[in-house]
Design a protein around this ligand. Structure first.
Ligand SMILES: *Cc1c(COP(=O)(O)O)cnc(C)c1O
Length: 400
């Protein structure tokens, strides 16, 4: 018998399918290398966040093995009770040094890092100014805090007027609240454009706002040797809080809240994911440490990433694709309606290229796309293979 209570789920699922927005999971049977085994098929990997190829780097894998032998599998405690391993403390020191900040707090994920960092700093008497295109984990962190959230129009460093709407909104609203904070993605994960961090800082300074940037797609990518967006803009010691993740360019798992010691230390007392959810495992932590060491020692991988990025984007534009206004390895291939993006992705997959379609609610309606993630793992032949298949499918579907 059909359970009528759940009619709403059946209706909503049908609506998702009709709109081309239903998610089907693909399963992976290999490391996220240049080529991967996906649903039993060998395909070119143009869609993971393994920017630098560190996810199966021998140095990281060895570090994880060693830590498993020394510490076992699970920490079985939250950090604040009995879960802080020497590895956690060392990683926090090393990542703070790498990013050029006073202190860092290691948490379970980038998603958790936003939940850890925002609610202790603002509450119901306060206001958060948040970019319209901020990541879902920032939005959820803001909501959890109970502060008033005022969304300002998206600020892109390529637009010299930005962040004009931020300043308008601050001027109009700040005086009604106890304190304020501005929060932005560093690199916007669906468009690949970069926040005008220097100009956002100038506004924040003028009005005495706390500043937070989520650098998930900037670490390992932007700045000297991948030191991130604050380094890219030369704003060391200015931004109060940098949120980060070890799950993208660093190739592992875990999140970080980095920045001023007064803030980070306070979070050790207050951040709920830190206080109420178990610490990251020793193996993962050791792999993160190895990743930071690799990046601190050499800029080679980051340079290769940018070389590949320039080549791929130039060629895609030459083929006639609209790749939006990305300034980073994130390369959106704009297609408009979600069903077209899904069909495009399906045909690419048949042709041996793994690049996922992204639609609402991850991006606005009518702005569906294939999001290509360029990485340092790809050789010239791999990139050419991908370009050739994009051209074939693009012509077959009348996109170019
Ligand atoms: C990916 C991402 C996160 C989430 O990081 P996880 O470590 O995967 O939880 C948070 N913020 C931004 C901007 C991201 O792009």
């Amino acid at each position: 018998m059909m359970d009528e209570k759940f009619d709403f789920i059946r209706e909503d699922t049908k609506a998702l399918k009709d709109a081309g927005l239903f998610i089907t999971l693909r399963t992976i049977d290999s490391p996220p290398g240049a080529w991967m085994a996906v649903d039993g098929k060998r395909v070119l990997n143009l869609c993971t966040n393994n920017y630098l190829g560190l996810a199966d780097d021998a140095r990281l894998v060895q570090a994880a093995h060693d830590a498993l032998d020394r510490f076992g599998v699970g920490p079985t405690a939250v950090r604040s009770i009995a879960g802080t391993l020497s590895l956690h403390a060392e990683l926090e020191r090393r990542v703070a040094e790498f990013k050029g900040v006073e202190d860092a707090l290691y948490v379970q994920s980038g998603f958790c890092a936003n939940q850890a960092a925002i609610p202790p700093l603002v509450g119901k008497d306060d206001v958060i100014f948040s970019d319209r295109l901020n990541h879902a984990s920032i939005i959820d962190g803001c909501r959890l805090s109970g502060a008033k959230i005022i969304v300002y129009e998206h600020a892109d460093s390529a637009n010299p007027r930005d962040p004009d709407d931020l300043e308008v909104k601050v001027k109009e609203n700040l005086s009604g609240y106890r304190r304020g904070m501005v929060i932005t993605d560093g690199v916007f994960s669906m468009d690949g454009d970069v926040a005008p961090l220097d100009r956002i800082y100038a506004v924040a300074e003028r009005y005495g706002l706390m500043t937070m940037v989520d650098d998930a797609h900037g670490e390992g990518v932007l700045g000297r040797g991948g030191r991130g967006i604050v380094d890219h803009f030369g704003l060391h010691g200015r931004f109060d809080v940098e949120i980060g993740t070890f799950s993208k360019a660093f190739g592992v798992i875990g999140g970080v809240v980095a920045g001023k010691r007064v803030v980070v230390d306070y979070l050790r007392q207050k951040a709920r994911p830190f206080l109420f959810s178990n610490a990251v495992t020793a193996a993962d932590t050791a792999a993160c440490l190895a990743a930071v060491k690799v990046l601190a020692e050499s800029t080679e991988l980051v340079e290769r990433l940018w070389e590949n990025t320039r080549y791929f984007k130039d060629e895609m534009k030459r083929l006639g694709f609209d790749t939006g206004h990305s300034e980073t390895p994130i390369t959106p291939v704009m297609l408009g309606e979600a069903p077209l993006a899904q069909e495009f992705s399906r045909r690419l997959f048949e042709a041996g290229v793994f690049a996922m379609a992204i639609g609402f609610p991850t991006v606005p309606k009518g702005m569906a796309r294939i999001r290509v993630m360029v990485s340092a793992m790809l050789g010239r032949k791999d990139l050419d293979y991908g370009l050739e298949k994009f051209a074939e499918v693009g012509k077959a579907l009348g996109v170019i």
